[in-house]
Design a protein around this ligand. Structure first.
Ligand SMILES: O=C(O)CCC(=O)C(=O)O
Length: 300
């Protein structure tokens, strides 16, 4: 659904000023809609997954491990498709106020696309370079939204998500480098002039939702603190928005309707999007190309 049509429906869970901020800036934090009980359940599910990862020695389709991961000192970078691996992650994605917030920004008919749980281990969890998401999973319109939930309090030292306010209204960058490697990275020299003043830190207490429009430029710095930074990220879209390339993080919940009715017609936004590699044989993450040199120095 195009945003002009979404806005004909009143926001029901977000304050309308916060929704307006999201529409204008491409990002926002929503506090106070996820209960402490949900935060507790999600943390329990996360702990169970971390415990399971202790029996894994190499990255696979479920767990992406950081260097130095061992059973004694687990260091996970990502759990793919948490909703496929624990009932509480699934219930949260489909039944909680997170899906209601998705309906506020996607329109009343909402489906799920994919999910991941990103970790940043204390004192070392790595940076994520500036990038836009939609080039990894193009859709027929730009309704897809990533809704993150902070599983712990997250302050500036923990490597919170950073977004460049308003950048969703600008161009889509190539996520390939000059050698056609899929790097999912925008070099800082290529960012729009004056971008530094528009960097927003998406921090907040545990249970806060952080919203990213699928076109907004975002990234994060390393975790320098002594606290973990776990961030559960679910991508939703309008039900009438359809991906036209293979799903990079496949799961049985891909396309699951979580609010409203299924689509009869597709929504089309003609603004072009460079297509990603074919992920049908498996997603090749950008890890080998991320976190090099001194990028993000200007955001320090
Ligand atoms: O976990 C992070 O800090 C960044 C995650 C992100 O931007 C992504 O997964 O697209």
């Amino acid at each position: 659904m195009l945003i002009a049509d979404v806005l004909t429906h009143p926001a029901r869970t977000m304050a309308s000023a916060t929704r307006d901020q999201f529409v204008e800036e491409g990002c926002c934090v929503v506090e106070g809609v996820i209960s402490d009980d949900w935060v507790r359940r999600l943390n329990g599910a996360m702990d169970a997954m971390v415990e399971e990862s202790c029996r894994v020695a190499e990255t696979d389709t479920k767990f992406i491990l950081e260097q130095g991961h061992t059973a004694e000192t687990p260091k996970l970078r990502r759990l793919n498709s948490p909703q496929a691996h624990h009932a509480d992650f699934l219930a949260f994605m489909a039944e909680s106020a997170s899906a209601d917030v998705a309906a506020d920004v996607c329109g009343p008919d909402v489906k799920f696309y994919h999910g991941k749980l990103n970790f940043k281990w204390p004192k070392g969890g790595q940076r994520f370079d500036w990038h836009q998401d939609i080039q990894a999973w193009p859709h027929t319109d730009y309704s897809p939204v990533t809704i993150g939930v902070l599983l712990e309090d997250c302050g500036p030292e923990q490597g919170p998500l950073l977004a460049i306010r308003g950048s969703h209204k600008g161009e889509l960058y190539s996520m390939y480098d000059a050698e056609r490697n899929w790097v999912l990275k925008i070099p800082e020299d290529d960012l729009p002039a004056g971008w530094e003043k528009d960097v927003v830190q998406l921090t907040g207490p545990a249970g806060s939702l952080v919203l990213l429009n699928c076109r907004v430029i975002h990234g994060s710095k390393a975790n320098r603190s002594a606290r973990m930074r776990p961030l559960l990220l679910n991508v939703y879209s309008s039900a009438d928005s359809f991906p036209y390339r293979a799903q990079p993080i496949p799961s049985p919940q891909d396309g699951m309707l979580v609010r409203g009715e299924p689509a009869r017609f597709s929504s089309i936004d003609p603004r072009p999007c460079e297509v990603p590699p074919d992920w049908s044989a498996g997603y090749v993450g950008p890890w080998a190309f991320q976190n090099r040199e001194s990028e993000m120095a200007a955001a320090e």
